[in-house]
Design a protein around this ligand. Structure first.
Ligand SMILES: Cc1cc2nc3c(=O)[nH]c(=O)nc-3n(C[C@H](O)[C@H](O)[C@H](O)COP(=O)(O)OP(=O)(O)OC[C@H]3O[C@@H](n4cnc5c(N)ncnc54)[C@H](O)[C@@H]3O)c2cc1C
Length: 376
């Protein structure tokens, strides 16, 4: 089936409709276009750049992008190999973790600006299919069902105007607050992790080596990530629900702790973190849907399993899901989309690794202080 527009109303027809042009949705769209499967990718934002999204690629994500010939295109746009994980105390490095070349490691992670990742993938998709485009400003508002209750597409608002997309399969790649998941009744189990995150981005000091830098702040993790464009991303864990109380305290002593841990940041912090409004608060939770597929609907990435920022797994897991699902959709296409049973296989193939990563995050979070103290 080719992507078509009805002559009589505002209904589009496609084989696969992907909701959400994040890393999972964008990669899946590329892979399906590569296989010649008619695909429509919709995105509620007017562009590809969401305000917050993970940007640290690990070996799993890098391997997927290399496997599909995309890594070099992203590299052309710009990325940064991080050379070390460093543990700091009062301005000194107390422990370092280096890549192990005997295991084929040449860095400890890669910072990829989200626009570089997504623009490189969409540019390569356009190169495959000149008519391909992400439909921006298009919000999925509900599922379309036939008289027997089977999902046959979605309802959207495109630039505020209601429309329908008829599709053999609907992919929920629409992130942690997934509308597809909600309308398909695939409710997730949500877990709080006992902390929230203050997030800020400031220019890196001159000569700042590309690394992940960790410190312990009042028993909580403070992490700094070097970024490609000469910035430092600061992720400061604070007790869950504790931000309002924190804000009642004077700001200078609080931010002074950051400078005490990393004195070389003093000038940049003084210039760019002047009050509480220079931090963004992120409420941290993870989730796992007990079912990732129902009828002709399947979830990938954060929609199926939201991870916390710990260990930088989420973006990479979304890419891995897309890689596996593309193969399953190919099988469906070979059978002319007559059965959706194969969609259940995504969770069978990916579920246990995702659950291990979720458990690993909890372990990393609960053992951080102990691990940090062992380096003293
Ligand atoms: C602060 C923070 C730091 C993180 N750091 C890392 C990291 O370093 N490494 C890592 O691997 N992971 C990290 N993560 C996790 C990572 O960002 C996510 O796991 C990843 O973005 C998931 O990709 P996705 O494609 O599933 O969903 P998303 O990236 O959330 O994309 C979903 C897309 O769907 C769109 N959408 C939503 N609803 C609709 C709708 N109704 N209609 C149409 N479109 C819709 C959204 O606008 C969005 O563009 C971090 C997360 C946070 C919050």
């Amino acid at each position: 089936m080719k992507l078509m527009k009805s002559q009589t109303n505002d209904t589009l027809y496609t084989d696969v409709c992907i909701v959400g042009a994040g890393p999972g949705g964008a990669l899946l769209s590329y892979l399906l276009n590569q296989k010649g499967i008619s695909t429509l990718l919709i995105e509620r934002q007017p562009h590809l750049h969401k305000s917050f999204r993970g940007e640290l690629l690990n070996a799993d994500g890098e391997a997927i992008l290399n496997k599909h010939g995309l890594y070099s295109h992203i590299q052309e746009q710009g990325l940064l190999h991080l050379e070390q994980i460093q543990y700091w105390e009062e301005g000194n490095i107390i422990h370092t973790i280096n890549p192990d070349p005997s295991k084929g490691e040449h860095h400890v992670g890669v910072h990829v600006p989200q626009d570089h990742l997504l623009e490189a993938i969409t540019a390569q998709t356009e190169a495959l299919s000149p008519l391909y485009q992400v439909r921006f400003n298009t919000v999925m508002t509900g599922l379309l069902r036939d008289k027997d209750g089977h999902v046959v597409g979605i309802n959207v608002r495109q630039n505020g105007v209601p429309a329908s997309i008829r599709a053999s399969v609907v992919i929920g790649a629409d992130g942690r607050y997934s509308a597809v998941r909600k309308h398909a009744g695939l409710a997730p189990e949500i877990r709080k992790h006992g902390y929230d995150l203050l997030w800020a981005r400031i220019p890196a000091p001159p000569g700042w080596e590309p690394a992940v830098r960790m410190a312990s702040m009042d028993g909580q993790q403070l992490a700094l990530f070097s970024q490609y464009d000469g910035y430092v991303q600061i992720g400061w864990n604070i007790p869950e629900g504790g931000y309002a109380k924190l804000r009642e305290q004077p700001f200078a002593p609080f931010v002074g702790k950051l400078v005490a841990a990393f004195p070389c940041l003093a000038d940049s912090v003084a210039a760019h973190i002047k009050d509480w409004s220079d931090f963004v608060l992120l409420s941290v939770e993870s989730s796992y849907s007990s079912k990732w597929a129902e009828d002709n609907v399947v979830l990938i990435g954060d929609a199926a399993h939201t991870m916390t920022p710990t260990g930088a797994f989420g973006l990479n897991a979304a890419l891995e899901d897309a890689d596996v699902l593309a193969e399953l959709l190919m099988q469906m296409a070979q059978n002319k989309f007559t059965s959706s049973d194969v969609l259940q296989q995504l969770q069978v193939i990916r579920g246990s690794k995702v659950q291990q990563q979720l458990a690993r995050q909890v372990h990393m979070e609960s053992s951080f202080q102990q691990r940090y103290e062992s380096f003293r």
